[in-house]
Write a protein that binds this ligand. Sequence first.
Ligand code: ZN
Ligand code: ZN
Length: 346
Amino acid sequence: MCVSILSRARVLNQAQHKISLSHIGRDSCRDVTDTLSEGRIKDGALSCDTISNTEEQVIYLIVFHAFFFMFIWSYWKTIISKPASPSKEFCLPKVDKELYEKEENPEAQQEILKRVAKNLPVYTRTGSGAIRYCDRCQLIKPDRCHHCSTCDRCVLKMDHHCPWVNNCVGFSNYKFFVLFLAYSMLYCVYIAATVLQYFIKFWTNHLPDTHAKFHVLFLFFVAAMFFISILSLFSYHLWLLGKNRTTIEAFRAPVFRSGPDKNGFTLGFRKNVTQVFGDQKKCWCLPLYSSTVDGQTNPRPLSESQNHLLGNDMHSEEQKDGSPANIGLFTAALEDSDLIRKLLCD
Ligand SMILES: [Zn+2]
Ligand SMILES: [Zn+2]
């Protein structure tokens, strides 16, 4: 598929060139070819009939290559970005790892994992409420991290393994992937739009009977077809971006201590976008790394993550003066009813 999209892009590029460059060449050489018959020029040069001035042709070429360059750049970045894996702190310490491997009782194994996970920013659980552990990579999976069987590794904020780019789309390249979709869509719609007038002329028999006919038909159909298919995928990923969800999470909501929550990571549209595209708007259109998070610690709205931290703070306050401090603030902030009940009882 990866080869397919590149080869198609190359064909689109070549076909567009054949139309545009031949037109410019013929236009600029019009004085030289004064001796040639007017009929031959009309037959051979589509631009003589359609694009009347060189400025228009130059603009067409510049815009075309601008989109093409951005498309290839973002595509290349998506392909070469190595999927981000969890850091060593998510691996079990040697002693715990030996204990875990020796232990045959799953419940006792979970206790080991729970003890280690206590010090990690991990809030998601398996469907049964267990700590998410990858036996293959031998690590506790950070939130939003999943094991990719194709890449044979755990991938941070894994979205999906994409055969089009032959790579995992995840934390390290999600921005590049979205830009790749955006630029490939713009590239296709630009080609379709610039060829449209010739395409209409073809159907109304106003197009000169030359080889350009084939290019016009091919360009329009392929560009329009790719535009429609990419538009649906791009729209879907924009929706995911706005909701701060991955494709995996859209199909299966992440499970927290309080249960599944499909909006578990959403921080509001603006923050969701800046989490992927960064704070600086000037970098949004460029396939350069600009995420505001590290991929391992995923900020959550008024959530279990805060509960966890506030819970720790609460214990330290209790130890100091023997009474729960700022209980009103905490009850307003905490969603975890079990923790609230526990604190109030204490
Ligand atoms: Zn793994
Ligand atoms: Zn993968």
